[in-house]
Ligand binder design. Structure first.
Ligand code: IMO
Ligand code: MG
Length: 435
């Protein structure tokens, strides 16, 4: 039975939350494998939007267990707040349903401070992060000084580690931390109390074993990617990226599920493109239309509330994402938002120094100099949200989806035409996803 990865094909915010929510109804496990509270995955729960940051989107369904796997960096304060919010909305989070990897690293207050400091307005190395401390947490992981859930088993060791780390970091972030009120002892004290709270709602366990057992038992596992291919630390628009492997390979690293066991990889792309934060964006729209699409698509960050930059569909980026991730299908979201435009451009290549590029260049400075080459497709008037059949889509909307599929080199698995869970259309009459 399939182990399915859901991966962002652009710069994040592709609508992965809605897709995972839809597929999670029939899944046995929904797994976050990288990133942290920088993610903002929106699902509709009882008619109202719910933004999840650390909890897998499967939490809104009865059937699947939810796993925060080893590749995720966990901010306990943020997780507790999210469990509280989800509880208020009537969902119960229990250790039977929520599993956290004992190998997962913790985001501590000093990571958030360091992230914020680097991002201060006058900093030359500003990249427009979400300031959730995610980058500095991964720095410590790779530097081999990170604090993991495993460390709570030996509080004395934890105390020593924390003391050593704080001595190293205090100089860097002491002034921001409020004039020396923070000490290794106060950090330890609050960390232990957060941990005591979290274990009332989640089981900390060896999720590598749990997940591989589920694979062996033929269970349906949904791997919920965060961010997107353009933000991958290796393959994205470095340095304007996040600090983790957001691509399909990252799903193996971040869970311990071997590559040979991943059976399907679905790329999620919006019918246009958005980006939050700094970094080149070849298909960014001109101001007027950009505001219009932002308004229609409600393109404001689910984590930070920042307005997202909006652009046309970039087939160069999505083709590149297909190559890196080996997409077996593409899920196209928010097709309805483009309705009513007389013409819909798609970037089919970039022009750079008289050359045509058809894949993302490695050098982000080159990308910044690229001019998109557009193919102009005719628009469509309206997509009724009540549509449930592919053949009922306006002809030009279908042509748009078909052209994207052709340019990206991957079949369209389904499209979404609204935020509701069932606002999805399958081009094949067979609409069973799990096979
Ligand atoms: P989801 O999962 C969109 C962007 C930030 C910034 C860069 C680095 O909702 O798609 P970080 O805080 O990760 O160090 O910031 O990455 N970014 C996202 N953009 N969607 C996200 O997550 C993002 N998570 C991080 O805006 O440009
Ligand atoms: Mg988001």
């Amino acid at each position: 039975m399939p182990v399915t990865a859901i991966i962002g094909a652009q710069w994040g915010d592709e609508g992965k939350g809605g897709v995972v929510d839809y597929l999670a109804q029939d899944a046995d496990a929904v797994v976050r494998f990288q990133g942290g509270a920088n993610a903002g995955h929106t699902v509709i729960y009882k008619g109202e939007p719910l933004a999840l940051h650390l909890l897998p989107c499967g939490i809104v369904h009865e059937r699947p267990i939810c796993v925060i796997a080893n590749g995720v960096v966990v901010d306990l304060e943020a997780l507790i707040e999210e469990i509280r919010l989800v509880g208020e909305r009537g969902m119960s989070v229990t250790p039977q349903r929520l599993k956290i990897s004992d190998r997962a690293h913790l985001t501590l207050p000093y990571h958030r401070l360091l992230d914020g400091q680097r991002e201060s307005a006058d900093s030359p190395s500003r990249i427009g992060t979400t300031q959730r401390g995610v980058g500095p947490t991964y720095v410590d992981k790779v530097d081999r000084i990170g604090i993991r859930f495993l460390d709570f088993i030996r509080p004395d060791d934890l105390k020593k580690k924390l003391k050593r780390n704080w001595e190293m970091k205090a100089g860097q972030c002491g002034s921001l931390a409020g004039g020396g009120e923070v000490t290794a002892e106060t950090l330890l004290h609050s960390l232990l109390s957060y941990y005591e709270t979290v274990v009332q709602y989640a089981e900390v366990t060896d999720t590598v074993v749990v997940l591989n057992q589920m694979v062996a038992d033929g269970k349906r596992i949904l791997l919920e990617g965060a961010q997107g291919t353009g933000l991958d630390v290796d393959f994205g628009t470095y340095p304007y990226v996040t600090s983790s492997s957001t691509t399909a390979g990252g799903a193996c690293i971040g869970t311990g599920i071997p590559p040979s066991r991943i059976t399907q990889v679905f790329g999620v792309a919006k019918a246009y493109t958005t980006r939050v934060g700094e970094g080149p964006f070849p298909t960014e729209m001109t101001a007027g239309i950009q505001e219009e699409i932002r308004r229609r698509g409600r393109e404001y960050g689910a984590t930070t509330g920042r307005p997202r930059r909006c652009g046309w569909f970039d087939a160069v980026l999505v083709r590149y994402a297909r190559m890196i991730n080996g997409f077996t299908g593409l899920i196209l979201t928010k097709l309805d938002i483009l309705s009513g435009l007389p013409e819909v451009p798609i970037a089919v290549a970039y022009e750079w120094q008289g050359r045509h590029l058809t894949l993302l260049p490695a050098d982000t400075r080159v990308l910044a100099e690229c001019k998109p080459v557009y193919e102009i497709l005719p628009g469509w008037t309206e997509i009724k949200r009540s549509l449930r059949k592919w053949s009922d889509l306006p002809d030009n909307a279908r042509r748009f989806a078909d052209r994207i599929s052709q340019l990206a080199g991957v079949p369209v698995a389904f499209v979404s035409i609204g935020p509701e869970r069932d606002a999805v259309l399958f081009p094949d009459e067979a609409d069973s996803f799990w096979g």
